[in-house]
Design a protein around this ligand. Structure first.
Ligand code: KIV
Length: 278
């Protein structure tokens, strides 16, 4: 008896990601920092893998992301890209531009983004609104897809006064919304919203029709979700944010934990708004 071969999955492309909200499909994004975990996340159906500068905290033992170097980001991006390629993975790969690698000038940002793209990233992520808008436009015009990141921006934790909710209150919400629209207009094609009140994140998600939002600690109304891999595996150092769910707790192993995360994001079972009561 001949068995029907499993159809090969198609690579995740930017047009496909942009269409997912209209199709009612949630985007599952997860961080990864090495070849093996990236391949497992990909096999579980994670559509977007982020080589986050959170690697400074979870891999390097730092207490913030600010000391992470461009060379460290390049190295881990290359490891993840290699793992995806060996496993014939299909996930879209995003590399985080670290603190100090894009603030000085648009040319500096272009140089740093080029380093990550040449290491295998398909998109770069940078934090903040305001002045970053022109940097995003500059990169996008030069063929580099960009993921924006608003709300809690960990690279500027010292300026923000801690890891706290952003966009609370009318004025702060209006400013965040204006920055989000400007970033979309500049060409950002994904936007991480970190620790933003759930109602504001849902409103922005409805308004940003050309830039799907990916929430972390921002409620269930975003177009997708992202978590730091070590946090959702219960393998974190120190305190874990209350919006994180430990998917390893009821899983038989890492594969099952990744699968449970993807299923929960897709079905809307993760997150629950009660965990984001800000
Ligand atoms: O660095 C990172 O892992 C991130 C995610 C938390 C979005 O920026």
């Amino acid at each position: 008896m001949s068995s029907t071969p499993t159809p090969a999955r198609k690579p995740v492309t930017l047009p496909r990601l942009l269409e997912m909200p209209a199709r009612g499909e949630k985007i599952a994004m997860l961080t990864a920092y090495d070849a093996s975990f990236a391949a497992l996340a990909d096999a579980a159906g994670v559509e977007v893998i982020l080589v986050g500068d959170s690697l400074g905290m979870v891999c390097q033992g730092l207490s913030t992301t600010t000391p992470v170097s461009l060379e460290a980001m390049r190295y881990h991006t290359e490891c993840v890209a290699r793992g995806l390629s060996r496993a014939q993975g299909t996930a879209w790969l995003v590399g985080d531009l670290p603190f100090g690698s894009y603030q000085a000038s648009r040319e500096q940002a272009l140089h740093s983004a080029t380093v990550l793209m040449q290491a295998g990233a398909q998109m770069v992520k940078l934090e903040g609104g305001g002045w970053t808008t022109e940097t995003v436009r500059f990169l996008v015009e030069r063929g580099i897809p960009v993921c924006a990141h608003l709300g809690l921006t960990p690279q500027t934790v010292h300026a923000l006064g801690g890891y706290r909710v952003q966009g609370r209150g009318e004025a702060a919400a209006a400013q965040l919304a204006a920055e989000a629209r400007a970033l979309q207009d500049a060409g950002a094609s994904l936007m991480v919203l970190e620790m933003v009140p759930a109602a504001l994140a849902a409103t922005l998600t409805a308004q940003l029709t050309r830039c799907p939002t990916i929430g972390i600690g921002s409620g269930r109304g975003t177009a997708g979700q992202v978590l730091v891999m070590h946090d959702m595996l219960g393998a974190h150092l120190g305190r874990v944010p209350k919006f994180v769910r430990n998917f390893m707790a009821d899983a038989g192993g890492v594969r099952e934990a990744f699968q449970a995360y993807v299923n929960a994001v897709k079905s809307g079972a993760f997150p629950v708004d009660e965990a984001h009561a800000w």
